[in-house]
Design a protein around this ligand. Structure first.
Ligand SMILES: [Ca+2]
Length: 504
């Protein structure tokens, strides 16, 4: 029992030591087991996937790469294949390699098409093991505009007078960081138009001043200029400028009729028209050159501010040589602008002219008779209005309240005749300005009647020369008592100027 006790006492102590050792062993075993369970047995076999960088910004039409890391966990060694999803149409994602046994890395290449809309897209990168295990990560793609430039011009159109220039501003704007040098050119301008740029090239963004100069010979009209910007990488963009060319202030000169045949000793007139172009306001003086000796040319007026008309009088002396002459009528502006037109004068021989009425009056031995309904008519052979074709005067006839009126030239005393048979085959020529058809007569012993409407009168109330073949009257030309009569057969006003018989 004592031993027992001792045992108990000693054993108690011994048991106590053994118990402590046992506990320590158990604790160690548990700790090692736990370590094993947690770090070896308890840890699952799998893989993780990650991408670096996790986001990127790529231009339209460009590409970039990232590194995908597939990391084995717990000894995972199944083949893992890589796929991408969520990328927009036009974006392709490739992996190299596209599969492998973890741990490994793959280069991911992201290609962005030129037409992919700009914006932010999340692309999911998925690794799928041969045992169907999978993991994924996200790559954020920001699509930005491709490097490029735009070109525009302001204003987009302009009106430039001949001999003038104007400017506009061409703006070249960088897009997506474009930094190539852009050179500017223009095309489509007509000959005589020059286009320059300042500067003519630079790196965007920049403005260039375009100067458009229009020469004096450029036809008026609208032209489309194409302005092209060409980048150092060959990219081109264009914009358009509508150029309207207007005429410089100037004048034109014209003559009507432009030719005439005049017998030696005779004369004629023509109307020179000087017309303003683009507000020309300089005084234009008229001169003639090229007329032969014996021919004098005058203008009334001899100068003026366009637009105006001038009557050109051509007097052919008896000594002038027969032939055809080109007379140049020149208008010279106060600013030295010069324009001319030509007049063809044919001087004929043998032709004689008998003037019945002109600024010089009436032939000797004649008088003027007038007639009108109710005696209401009024007559003025020295009328200075209406810009007569010959000189400054014409013969004005008004019916006033009456319904007809006329006048004629008579050899005095009444019944006296004169021999005009040398004009057989010739013409009775005169100018009229009338609102109505006129009756024109000559008389031997009877009135011989014609109407101007049968001889080209155009029914307008403007000056017009009428030429009636004398033979048409059927008169006895050796005994003419009235060489000219004109009557309006309705109410109205008419004017007559420069009446003559012309032989051929
Ligand atoms: Ca006259």
């Amino acid at each position: 029992m004592a031993e027992e006790e001792k045992w108990e006492i000693e054993g108690g102590a011994g048991f106590s030591k053994m118990k402590k050792m046992g506990i320590i062993l158990i604790v160690l075993a548990v700790a090692v087991g736990a370590f094993f369970v947690v770090y070896v047995v308890g840890k699952p076999t799998e893989f993780t996937i990650s991408v670096d960088p996790t986001s990127d910004s790529i231009h339209q039409g460009d590409s970039d790469t990232a590194t995908v890391s597939i990391t084995s966990v717990g000894g995972y060694a199944e083949t893992v294949s890589l796929t991408a999803s969520g990328q927009p149409s036009g974006v392709t994602v490739g992996f190299s390699p596209s599969s492998g046994s973890p741990s490994f890395t793959s280069t991911m290449t992201v290609n962005v098409g030129a037409s992919v809309a700009t914006g932010m897209y999340n692309i999911t990168i998925t690794g799928t093991g041969a045992d169907e295990k999978e993991d994924n990560c996200t790559y954020t793609l920001t699509v930005t505009p491709a490097p490029d430039f735009t070109i525009s011009v302001s204003p987009t159109s302009g009106s430039i007078q001949q001999e003038n220039s104007d400017t506009a501003t061409v703006s070249i704007t960088s897009v997506g960081g474009y930094a190539e040098t852009v050179s500017l050119t223009a095309s489509g301008q007509p000959s005589g138009v020059t286009v320059s740029f300042n500067p003519s090239s630079s790196a965007p963004s920049f403005d260039s001043t375009i100067t458009i100069s229009v020469g004096s010979d450029v036809a008026s009209g609208t032209y489309t200029l194409t302005i092209t910007g060409t980048g150092g990488d060959g990219k081109t963009h264009t914009c358009a400028y509508a150029l309207t060319v207007t005429l410089a202030p100037d004048f034109t000169i014209d003559i009507s009729p432009s030719s005439e045949s005049v017998a030696q000793g005779g004369s004629t007139t023509a109307t020179v028209s000087i017309t303003q172009v683009s507000d020309y306001s300089q005084t234009v003086s008229l001169t003639a050159s090229g007329q032969p000796s014996g021919v004098t040319v005058g203008f009334s007026p001899s100068s003026g501010t366009p637009s105006f008309n001038s009557t050109m009088s051509v007097n052919v002396g008896a000594s002038a040589s027969a032939g055809t002459y080109e007379i140049t009528i020149t208008g010279t502006g106060a600013d030295a602008k010069v324009h001319s037109c030509t007049y063809s004068l044919t001087v004929t021989t043998g032709g004689i002219s008998f003037t019945v009425y002109s600024d010089a009056g009436f032939p000797s031995g004649t008088d003027v008779y007038t007639w009108s309904a109710g005696g209401l008519g009024s007559f003025n052979g020295d009328y200075t209005g209406e810009t007569p074709p010959e000189g400054n005067k014409c013969f004005e006839t008004n019916t006033n309240a009456g319904t007809w009126a006329g006048w004629g030239v008579i050899y005095m005393p009444e019944g006296t005749s004169t021999d005009l048979s040398s004009y057989a085959g010739g013409y009775l020529k005169f100018w009229v300005k009338t609102q109505a058809d006129l009756k024109v007569e000559i008389k031997d012993t009877a009135n011989r009647t014609k109407h101007i409407s049968a001889y080209g009168w155009d029914s307008t109330d403007t000056w017009q020369e009428i030429s009636i073949p004398i033979n048409d009257f059927g008169a006895n030309l050796s005994a003419i008592t009235y060489p000219f009569m004109a009557t309006i057969e309705t109410s109205g006003t008419f004017y007559v100027d420069y009446v003559r018989w012309v032989a051929v």
